[in-house]
Write a protein that binds this ligand. Sequence first.
Ligand code: C5P
Length: 237
Amino acid sequence: MPTVENSAPVLAIDGPSGTGKGTIAGRVAGHLGWHTLDSGALYRAIAYVAVENDITPDDTLELENLTRTIAVEFVHTADGLNIWLDGRDITDHVRSESGGKRASIYAKIPVVRDGLLSRQRQMRTAPGLVADGRDMGTVVFPDAFLKVFLDASASVRAHRRYNQLKAKGFDVKLRALEREIADRDAQDRSRTVSPLIPAGDAIVLDTSEKGIGQVFAEVRKLVEDRLASGQDYLGQV
Ligand code: C5P
């Protein structure tokens, strides 16, 4: 029998950085009145706390403990999702590109990924969840009713991230960012646990030549068509 957590439908949106996943996930969730899961923010928060507490990537016992106990909270604001930890707003520390690089290093570790699985699945509550990340469709929610994999050329993604980080007040250089994003993506794609790849049943959308409004319209249409097709979307996890 499906439980409360796994009975809600999930839309999985995966892809590399700079494809607009977070923005699309937020817009689609707003449109549907569903919850969101920004799984990258979880990895960013874990990595931030690990480094702050001198927990190295090979210290699996400490990492397992940290992943189980970390009290991270997400607060929706006009500027996006803010990340709070033990009463401290750590958003600026984790949203930088160095925060992404740090997250990618700790995201390779199996105890970290295993520890975050149940935390992510618990966020699957009615009326539905829009989850974005790298392994939403392949590992965390393999029974998602729709899996979208957003992609774009490396240079388009670097420009988008550059504009996004600049707008948030970060001091960034385009060339350095291009290299950092390429390294992070290579690391995410080549790791042995939950590598960044589209699920076999994902719909891949190349957003290189598309504005955010067009991508939103396409994803919304995919969602509406799938929901209207009347299949049973109860989870099987
Ligand atoms: O999505 P975002 O750029 O915030 O993710 C930061 C990093 O966290 C990614 O580069 C990736 O290494 C890791 N991540 C992951 N699995 C997810 C989400 C993020 O490994 N589902």
